[in-house]
Design a protein around this ligand. Structure first.
Ligand code: SAM
Ligand code: SF4
Length: 315
């Protein structure tokens, strides 16, 4: 289905939980999330019905995210059922990777074709600092597991943070020479967590640092693609702040508590909790028609109007 600006909506990001085994500083508060009454979170059946409803309107690609999707008790069953929904051609997962050595094989068997793994630094101390609690070695083991398990595509997501990991741009892009992975730099989005103004770097900093990057023509979704000479994978630049991609936005988000968000950076939400599949499809239709042309400008001085931390939306 198309929205009122002619954009075809084909992509759903489903956040299955707002809980996480890390506490990344740009994403969620140190104390984690408040325990919600069980009845507020979508059941497994509701999540699958929602995916069916979205598919009936033309959604073909599903990304399962969170919080950390792999800490969700019934994640394998959710993935398996979603992968079988008619019309859904591709189920992908975004994860911090820590549980991939333990669960990657079953995730692959459940029909997940691609994984995006978040890793912002290759320095153990800095990894602990940004995630507050994480061990870098575990994240690296997760990447290794994903590569060995034969996922069709493995992408590494790096949130670019001035004064934190901009000095690691060469080392992080070098991973595309070592492994068949894409490394994607994502501009830090001003959500509810506080960062100083100098933390907000445009992705062009990557091009300035690495003039040898060659532009790769063609489609990279929201990412502009480049490549290091001789590399196995691409370098992607995702610029939601300096160069938003609203004009080609093809996505909807569904939160674990059952709210469709037509736009990541808007407070507007449509609840599907407790509805049957037809009711959900009607709500998805309303949400698509309510998709704004563009969100308000984002900057240090003008934070997102999302009204939630990122772990409650799914990124
Ligand atoms: N836990 C999983 C993970 O970390 O990949 C999935 C959920 S996480 C919210 C999804 C993506 O959002 C991650 O790549 C994370 O780095 C990104 N993200 C979270 N907060 C962000 C922010 N303020 N700005 C830019 N990206 C952010
Ligand atoms: Fe957890 Fe992912 Fe948010 Fe980090 S970015 S706190 S791993 S949900």
């Amino acid at each position: 289905m198309k929205d009122t600006f002619g954009r075809k909506i084909t992509y759903l990001r489903l956040s299955v939980t707002d809980r996480c085994n890390l506490r990344c500083r740009y994403c969620m508060p140190e104390e984690g999330v408040c325990l919600r009454p069980h009845g507020e979170i979508l059941t497994e059946e509701e999540m699958v019905s929602a995916v069916e409803a979205a598919a009936s309107l033309g959604v073909t690609k599903l990304r399962i995210t969170g919080g950390e999707p792999l800490v969700k008790r019934n994640i394998l069953s959710i993935c398996r059922q979603c992968a079988q929904v008619e019309g859904i051609g591709e189920v992908c997962v975004t994860t911090n990777g820590l549980l991939l050595p333990r669960m990657g094989k079953e995730l692959r068997q459940a029909g997940v074709k691609r994984v995006n793994i978040s890793i912002d630094t290759l320095d153990g101390e800095k990894y602990r600092q940004i995630t507050r609690v994480g061990e870098l070695a575990q994240a690296l083991e997760g990447i290794q597991a994903a590569l060995e398990l034969g996922f069709e595509k493995v992408k590494l997501n790096v949130v670019l943070i001035g004064g934190f990991n901009d000095d690691e741009i060469p080392a992080l892009t070098e991973l595309t020479r070592k492994w068949p992975v894409d490394v994607r730099f994502i501009e830090l989005m001003p959500m509810t967590q506080g960062f100083p103004p100098e933390a907000f770097l445009p992705c062009t900093a990557v091009l300035e640092r690495l003039p040898e990057l060659e532009s790769v023509p063609g489609q990279g979704g929201t990412a502009r693609l480049y490549k290091l000479p001789g590399a196995l994978g691409n370098v992607g630049l995702i610029s939601p702040v300096s160069d938003h991609f609203c004009g080609s936005c093809d996505r909807l988000r569904l939160t674990a508590d059952g709210k469709i968000k037509p736009c990541l950076h808007s407070e507007e939400e449509f609840s599907i909790k407790g509805l049957d599949r037809e009711g959900m499809a009607a709500r998805f239709r309303e949400a698509i028609l309510a998709k704004p042309q563009c969100h308000a400008p984002l900057s240090y001085a003008q934070p997102s109007h999302a009204g939630r931390d990122m772990n409650q939306i799914g990124g």
